[in-house]
Design a protein around this ligand. Structure first.
Ligand code: AMP
Ligand code: FE
Ligand code: FE
Ligand code: ZN
Length: 286
């Protein structure tokens, strides 16, 4: 008899739903998490908390602990700097209003991308892309799917590589929004800010020098796409800066992107405990 090593983690603190660019509805995400044996689930849609009510209800029914979150996208010199916010208060109207501003900026950016692609001779269906804005926050993956639909790209990664990433012809920069402002917004509204997939920033130390004084409290260390060596390196950086090391898969749906399967990040149990301790120490009840 072969004894299989357990590969799936019981903790996944970074996932997306159809409220942003994920493929699973909020309820479907919770069911997928349960099928993977996940007991602590962080839901972190881009610039929106709209999934969290449905996710909370379903997670409660299935006995999964929800860490309600959000992921704010900023750019520094064309490098993506994403900031996760944990234990967001989805009933905070002022916070939701700021998120709505960011979602509106996303629509304007996507409208410009559609114009640019039309100008380049790629007849992507703009109405179909923009229709998603009724469901949640839209972004480049929705444009990628429209490029696939007209046969201009084979899959989402191909669409990014050929059209949508910085330096490619369909790239449109987002409105200026600094990572300091993202961290500040989360702190102001009582959430715990964590630097997402830190290698995307190109300069981790420089980014931490900017963001720790603004109130950054965590570093996403156990990111599924990173190697064991990278996990170790990030863990020593997190320890040196006294940041809580979090982790997750950045799941966007089955097959959305290789290496991002739900529950595939090796997140130690201790991580969830530290995150909850931090939350309680800041006055949260959980
Ligand atoms: P946006 O928020 O509109 O700038 O789009 C960024 C999102 O696109 C990220 O959150 C990922 O979900 C996705 N993404 C970024 N780069 C790639 C890539 N190379 N392949 C597939 N998806 C990507
Ligand atoms: Fe995404
Ligand atoms: Fe991200
Ligand atoms: Zn993400």
């Amino acid at each position: 008899m072969t004894i299989l090593e357990p590969v799936a983690s019981r903790i996944d603190l970074h996932t997306h739903t159809t409220a942003s660019d994920g493929l699973d509805s909020p309820v479907a995400l919770v069911h997928a998490a349960r099928a993977q044996g996940i007991s602590v689930l962080g839901v972190t849609d881009h610039d929106t908390v709209d999934a969290l009510d449905s996710v909370a209800t379903e997670a409660g029914r299935l006995g999964i602990t929800l860490v309600p979150g959000v992921e704010l996208s900023t750019t520094v010199d064309r490098a993506e700097v994403h900031v996760l916010g944990y234990f967001v208060d989805r009933a905070d109207d002022a916070f939701r209003e700021r998120l709505a501003d960011l979602a509106r900026a996303r629509v304007r950016r996507v409208e410009r991308m559609i114009d640019v692609l039309h100008g380049l001779g790629y007849p992507v269906d703009g109405d179909a892309i923009l229709a998603h804005a009724a469901e949640g926050s839209i972004g480049r993956p929705h444009v990628a799917r429209a490029l696939i639909a007209i046969g201009a790209a084979t899959d989402v990664s191909d669409a990014f590589d050929r059209f949508l990433k910085a330096g490619r012809p369909g790239y449109v920069p987002r409105d200026p929004f600094s990572p300091e402002d993202a961290v500040g917004l989360l702190v102001k509204h009582g959430a715990i800010p964590v630097l997402a997939h830190p290698y995307s920033t190109k300069d981790i130390d420089g980014t931490l020098k900017r963001l720790v004084p603004s109130g950054l409290l965590g570093l996403e260390t156990y990111y599924a796409e990173y190697s064991a060596d990278q996990h170790r390196e990030l863990r020593s950086i997190a320890d040196a800066w006294d940041l809580v090391p979090t982790g997750g898969s950045d799941y966007h749906g089955a097959g959305f992107r290789e290496g991002r399967d739900l529950g595939s990040a090796p997140v130690p149990d201790e991580v969830a405990e530290r995150l909850f301790d931090l939350y309680r120490s800041r006055g949260g009840s959980a």
